[in-house]
Ligand binder design. Structure first.
Ligand SMILES: CC(C)(COP(=O)(O)OP(=O)(O)OC[C@H]1O[C@@H](n2cnc3c(N)ncnc32)[C@H](O)[C@@H]1OP(=O)(O)O)[C@@H](O)C(=O)NCCC(=O)NCCS
Length: 185
């Protein structure tokens, strides 16, 4: 568990499955910049029973508020094989919790945690839709720097219209240490 001033990051527990399945399958929470397909609870349960959402090439932490309510998630997944460090993803679940500084703190803590726990990581990578202003702002507030644009990176599921992503990275020596972050609170 990683406890900040506004949020806590913690591992997923079996007892989270019901609430999590409800959140991710409530398409009223869908936003333009996050895949919004339905995920059967049975599939989530099966995957959780296999790896607890914590394996070499995929790690998920829940973000909770001070009352312990699940408000978002951060994750990592493998990027291109030669890149020394994973790609990072993040999202808040509900609009009512956005814009309150939660994800800026969560991403800063998560990034520091990742560097602290794997000495092979040279960098963390984010791919963010070029028009996702809030997400770009969160990344920049956490020290990530823009490297370029992945043009026509993916296509909209329903229309096929291509979208571009900005590539951002945080290098090991650009991240505060987790201990420093936790002590400064
Ligand atoms: C992007 C997202 C993770 C941001 O989380 P959050 O907890 O709301 O972010 P924070 O409150 O920590 O910070 C948001 C910053 O962006 C700013 N912001 C928010 N919306 C903005 C907009 N439309 N234009 C410009 N800035 C914006 C906020 O003012 C804030 O900056 P500030 O602290 O300097 O005032 C959240 O909105 C989200 O989950 N969106 C949907 C899914 C998504 O896009 N995930 C990311 C995919 S890469």
């Amino acid at each position: 568990m990683i406890t900040g001033t506004k949020v806590t990051l913690r591992m997923f527990e079996e007892s989270d499955l019901d609430a999590y399945a409800k959140i991710v399958n409530n398409l009223s929470n869908a936003t333009p910049y996050w895949p919004s397909g339905l995920q059967p609870k049975a599939n989530l349960k099966k995957e959780f029973s296999e790896n607890s959402f914590w394996k070499d090439d995929y790690k998920l932490l829940l973000v909770t508020d001070k009352d312990g309510k699940m408000i978002g998630e951060v994750d990592t997944f493998k990027s291109s094989p030669n890149i020394k460090g994973p790609e990072v993803g993040f999202r808040m679940f509900e609009k009512k919790n956005m814009g309150r500084g939660f994800m800026s703190e969560a991403l800063r803590l998560f990034s520091a945690y990742l560097f602290q726990t794997d000495s092979t990581y040279l960098r963390l990578t984010l791919l963010i839709h070029s028009k996702n202003t809030a997400s770009l702002k969160v990344a920049e507030k956490c020290g990530y720097k823009k490297e370029g644009t992945l043009r026509n990176a993916w296509a909209d599921y329903s229309t096929g219209i291509p979208h571009s992503d900005e590539i951002l990275s945080l290098l090991r020596d650009e991240s505060p240490s987790l201990i420093d972050l936790l002590q400064k609170q």
